[in-house]
Write a protein that binds this ligand. Structure first.
Ligand code: AMP
Length: 273
């Protein structure tokens, strides 16, 4: 497995590659969620590139950029074992110049949900993802449904900027008790780890109500909020899969989305209905 840290080196290697290339962008601190993306990429591509970069532009000034878990050695082991061909691990200086064009995610998509408590977050996501796409020129790029809004905004960028890349959405990987895997779960202490289950339970309660025939979006949102008990809820929303509010739930066209604080840790989860 090659480990590459400069754009120049990556570009030179990419020039020589034949066949399909699968890109798995990550911020590291890898878990089985990341691994499932890599595995899917491994099956579907001749070459698999994983990137590990804690992207400063997608963190707001008060957020956990400095504190974000960094575990390069363990990540590289995981990548080696999973059959990754190349890991791209650039520095901040390598990825960003002092002066460069601004990239803005569409306001309608990027300033709701995650973007309303994290304004500018998706601008930073698109900046780094576009740079990674340009450097690796992937055939396929793998993103988790766990970050459903991010996935949709990236799909929108690829479609509207006519990028010739196939975006592959990957299912959410969960612990056996339902908690969605996240690099931020390591911030949870024992008590918070139990409290965090409220997110997946809320989604389950909501989906059970839908299965029983409830279609009123507001009622389903209430069920989620009630199930989140003592957590500080950022949002608990029922939206169409193109992220528009609808009064009625339509099966196969709906996402349930939650963000809530467990102690100081902000967790997100969602369920595609
Ligand atoms: P991150 O390192 O948090 O930026 O995540 C890198 C990629 O892994 C993103 O596309 C995430 O959506 C995806 N991912 C993170 N957690 C999970 C999970 N539990 N299941 C599936 N994909 C995930």
């Amino acid at each position: 497995m090659k480990i590459v840290s400069t754009a120049k080196e990556l570009t030179a290697i990419r020039e020589e590659l034949k066949g399909s290339v699968g890109l798995v962008p990550t911020m590291g601190a890898m878990h089985n969620g990341h691994l499932s993306l890599i595995r899917q990429a491994r099956i579907q591509n001749d070459t698999v590139i994983a990137s590990i970069f804690v992207n400063p532009t997608q963190f707001l000034p008060h957020e956990d950029y400095e504190k974000y878990p960094r575990r390069e050695e363990a990540d590289l082991k995981i990548c080696t074992l999973a059959g990754v061909d190349m890991v791209f691990m650039p520095t901040r200086e390598e990825m960003y110049a002092k002066i460069e064009p601004e990239i803005s995610a569409p306001k309608d998509l990027a300033y709701i949900l995650e973007g309303s408590s994290r304004p500018g977050h998706f601008d930073g996501v698109l900046r780094v993802v576009l740079k990674l796409f340009n450097l690796t020129r992937p055939t396929n790029a793998y993103f988790g449904k766990k970050d459903a809004q991010q996935l949709y905004i990236i799909q929108n960028m690829v479609k509207t900027l006519f990028l010739n890349i196939n975006i592959v959405p990957c299912d959410i990987v969960r612990e056996s008790d339902g908690l969605a895997l996240s690099s931020r779960n390591i911030f949870l202490d024992e008590k918070e780890r139990v409290q965090a289950l409220a997110l997946s339970i809320a989604l389950k309660n909501a989906s059970q109500a839908i299965m029983k025939g409830e279609r009123d979006a507001k009622k389903i949102e209430l069920i989620m909020i009630e199930s989140l008990q003592d957590l500080r809820v950022d949002y608990a929303k029922v939206l169409s899969r193109d992220f528009e509010a609808k009064e009625q739930i339509v099966i196969k066209e709906t996402i349930l989305l939650i963000a809530a604080f467990v102690g100081n840790t902000r967790l997100i989860d969602n369920l595609w209905i």
